[in-house]
Design a protein around this ligand. Structure first.
Ligand SMILES: [Zn+2]
Ligand SMILES: [Zn+2]
Length: 196
C-alpha cells in the first residue's frame, strides 16, 4: 500500500480558475501539473540526487518521467535518469516501486479538492462549458440528490450550445466561421475525453 506523500515539491497550486471554455477543472489540473514539472526539472538540475531522494522521485511513474524528460535539459535528464538507473541496482528497489508516484499523488489530491469545491457551487461552472464527463460524474457523486437535477440541466445546456456550434462547422467553411464556433471542435473533445 502506498504511504502518504510528504514531499516538498513547489506550492503554487492555489491559483484561481480563469478558463471559461473546455473543462475548467481539467484545465486547472493540467496547469498545476505543468507548474510542478517545470519547477521540478529546474530543482533536479540544480540540486540533483538529494532533491530526487527527498521528494521520493524514485517512484515517479512512466508517464511523468517521459513528460519530465521532454522539458529537461540533457544535464537535468542525465541526473534524473542516472539516479533512477542507480536506484534500479539497489536490492530494495521493488519495495520502493510500490510507492505511488508523488506527482500523480499530488495531482489526485488537487483534483479531489477541485471537485469538492465545484460540488459546493456547481452552477458557477455553468458560465463556460461546464465540465468534462469524467468530472461531471465525480461532482454528481458528491452532490445532494436535489442538486443533481440542476447540475444535469446546466450540463445539458452546455452540451446543447456545443452541438449547435458543431452543426455550423459540419456545413460551413471552417475559416469563415467565428473563433468561438471553431473552438467547439477542441471544446467538444475536452468535454468527452477530459485531459488525459
Ligand atoms: Zn475535466
Ligand atoms: Zn505520475
Amino acid at each position: 500500500m502506498a504511504e502518504t506523500s510528504t514531499t516538498t515539491l513547489g506550492n503554487n497550486d492555489t491559483a484561481q480558475v480563469e478558463v471559461l471554455e473546455g473543462c475548467p477543472i481539467c484545465e486547472h489540473v493540467w496547469n498545476v501539473q505543468f507548474d510542478i514539472l517545470a519547477q521540478l526539472q529546474y530543482d533536479v538540475y540544480k540540486e540533483g540526487e538529494p532533491y530526487l531522494e527527498t521528494n521520493a522521485l524514485y517512484a515517479v511513474c512512466g508517464r511523468h518521467l517521459r513528460m519530465l524528460n521532454r522539458i529537461s535539459s540533457s544535464k537535468g535528464s542525465a541526473k534524473m535518469l542516472g539516479y533512477l538507473i542507480q536506484k534500479s541496482l539497489n536490492a530494495n528497489v521493488f519495495r520502493e516501486f510500490e510507492r505511488k508516484c508523488p506527482i500523480c499523488e499530488r495531482l489526485e489530491t488537487f483534483d479531489k479538492a477541485e471537485v469538492q469545491r465545484a460540488a459546493q457551487a456547481p452552477l458557477d461552472l455553468a458560465k463556460g462549458d461546464f465540465v468534462c464527463l469524467n468530472h461531471l460524474k465525480k461532482i454528481l457523486d458528491r452532490s445532494h440528490p436535489e442538486e443533481k437535477e440542476k447540475i444535469l440541466t446546466a450540463y445539458k445546456d452546455s452540451l446543447g450550445k456545443l452541438f449547435e456550434q458543431l452543426k455550423v462547422l459540419a456545413v460551413e467553411n471552417y475559416h469563415q466561421t467565428d473563433a468561438e464556433v471553431r473552438s467547439s471542435l477542441w471544446r467538444s473533445l475536452e468535454k468527452l475525453a477530459g485531459r488525459e
